[in-house]
Design a protein around this ligand. Sequence first.
Ligand SMILES: Cc1c2[nH]c(c1CCC(=O)O)Cc1[nH]c(c(CCC(=O)O)c1C)Cc1[nH]c(c(CCC(=O)O)c1C)Cc1[nH]c(c(C)c1CCC(=O)O)C2
Length: 407
Amino acid sequence: MATQFEPLKNDRLLRAARGEKVDRPPAWVMRQAGRYLPEYHKAKGDHDFFDCCRSPEIASTLTLQPIERYHGLIDAAIIFSDILVIPQAMGMEVIMVDKKGPHFPDPLQSPEDKQYKEVMERPVDVKKSLDYVYKAITLTRHKLKGRVPLIGFCGAPWTLLCYMVEGGGTKLFVQSKTWVYKYAEESKEILFKIAQICVDHLAQQVVAGAQMIQVFDSWAGELSPSTFKEFSLPFLKYIADTLPIKLQELKQEVVPMTVFAKGAWYALEDLCDLKYNVISLDWLHDPAEAFKVAQRKGKVLQGNADPGVLYGGREAITKVVEEMVAGFQGGKQGWIANLGHAGITPFVDPDDLRHFFQEIDRLSSKYGRASTIDGGESASFVTGKDKVQEKDEEPEAIGDPFSEQQV
Ligand SMILES: Cc1c2[nH]c(c1CCC(=O)O)Cc1[nH]c(c(CCC(=O)O)c1C)Cc1[nH]c(c(CCC(=O)O)c1C)Cc1[nH]c(c(C)c1CCC(=O)O)C2
């Protein structure tokens, strides 16, 4: 397949991720493709979830659905895939049970277990085993025709280990905690192996056409501050340190990187010290407080509306967006608007999500335009629909925390 793609028409996301000024904050939501969309059910039909991931045609169709539905309001596509393709590539069986979620029939029991030894020893060639993800990315880039950038992703080593030892979702984390406290060294060995595979998988996604990447550490919040430092952070660091080197070796552009460590509110400073460009926040953070930290550290933030607000109706959505936009100082720099967690449930009305996007656009425009504040410096990068500032709103000054640093 040709790897020549149409030029990007809307680069808000990539500009914001690099700490540059934008006409309005870019917006997208984690798990924007999925069961809340009637068109998702139509396209998925009776296909098994992982069969959809393995079909570049279906995966690209599902990826594009929110882009088509929310055209003009949404600034990124994220490839339809799953974090659990890595355990599959490591030779573990994972099935998606309808209405229940992922299930591993044969999870890792202990380091004495035959399965653990096999997983540790088995060579993993993502180019072979996850080739379908890369094909889906290339096809999706072609179908996107430069409308918005395409994000690739993987699960973080800690979150993937949880799934591999629990055998699926859990509330108690009995097995994960057993591994951390009883088998600390073996846990670190497998976490390192997973981290290396994450780097390979992310690099191949970029080769295939991903323009930005995100690492999902959905279970970070199950660790304590000290166990997070030991069992998650070093592996997130390894990915952020190694991926750019790998991409250079592969003669690829070094794309912006995002980390989402859900629940690890105590680690914001530590996460800002890693080489990720963007730190994605859950809704436990106060936007204004987190923004102060990120500005000091020269990092961009993503998030962080409580996804539960999508059940609360339009007024509630407006209120949450208002708070978020104010906290991120209007979002012309240093902020990517999103929800605070990945997962829009089937009960969300797609028109309420539209309202969420519209309110980000409307309310952020009240903060004036980057070009007005900065003497037109940013006028040339307006790539999407040009927003007209509301006449009687005074633009509020925002600082320029990014002037002295590179993100
Ligand atoms: C933990 C995790 C998984 N997968 C993912 C995570 C990290 C984010 C998070 O914390 O939720 C990441 C993921 N999963 C999916 C995407 C695709 C792109 C997108 O964001 O639109 C992404 C980025 C599709 C999906 N992955 C899944 C669906 C639902 C599939 C269906 O039933 O049709 C989708 C659209 C299934 C899935 N996959 C996983 C779970 C726990 C589930 C079941 C969820 C549920 O039942 O609500 C593992």
